[in-house]
Design a protein around this ligand. Structure first.
Ligand SMILES: Cc1cc2nc3c(=O)[nH]c(=O)nc-3n(C[C@H](O)[C@H](O)[C@H](O)COP(=O)(O)O)c2cc1C
Length: 186
């Protein structure tokens, strides 16, 4: 199984990027994890740019998501919602003719130094993903609160959090396989 990861933060010392990097260690055997290029490479959505031709960064990320078995979105919360850069990327991706997120098994994770771990952003993100028709797994949810105490020098060091994430990834694998089984029957 090939899983691509979209990160909602663009800063170098991002806690969420650290969470995304940890996935490669925590994923079950046989699951490949590839972190997608930064959402910062996409310009602000503009219908005129779209008409002139999709930016390379949009087509590239879209093609990688289309080719993958599953998508993980790891994001911070900004002002109780999704960072603008991530929303912008999703807006661009929703415009691609082959609709790379439609029906794509998707998992959400968030990290924050705060007590809620980005929960409010996750629920806004779920709403956006309804419009895009992604197939989002509901539970278990991963919201890493007080993430600055669990991530040291860009590495997720907190063992309880590592174990919890591994316990989310196992059912996600089954979730990804299920629609494939349904397709095979249809
Ligand atoms: C514009 C802005 C708004 C923020 N709003 C929230 C918020 O609503 N909830 C929250 O838990 N943290 C909020 N934060 C703090 C972020 O969770 C924190 O900066 C986090 O480290 C960002 O994620 P990153 O480390 O992956 O870049 C905000 C940060 C910024 C810059």
């Amino acid at each position: 199984m090939n899983c691509v990861v979209l990160v909602g933060s663009v800063r170098k010392a991002s806690l969420n990027a650290a969470l995304a990097r940890a996935l490669a260690d925590l994923a079950p055997e046989g699951v490949g994890i590839e972190i997608l290029p930064s959402v910062a490479l996409m310009p602000i959505y503009d219908g005129d740019i779209e008409e002139a031709g999709f930016p390379e960064a949009v087509s590239d990320v879209g093609a990688r998501i289309k080719a993958a078995d599953a998508l993980v979105i790891v994001t911070p919360e900004y002002n109780y919602s999704v960072p603008g850069g991530l929303k912008n990327a999703l807006d661009w991706l929703s415009r691609l003719k082959d609709r790379p997120l439609k029906g794509k098994p998707t998992l959400i994770q968030s990290a924050s130094p705060g007590a809620m771990g980005g929960a409010r952003a996750q629920y806004h993100l779920r709403q956006v993903l309804v419009g895009i028709d992604a197939l989002v797994m509901n539970v278990p949810e991963v919201m890493v609160a007080q993430a600055h105490t669990k991530i040291t020098d860009g590495v997720l060091t907190d063992q309880a959090t590592r174990d919890f994430i591994a316990r989310q990834l196992a059912p996600f694998l089954a979730f990804v396989r299920k629609p494939k089984a349904a397709e095979a029957i249809a």
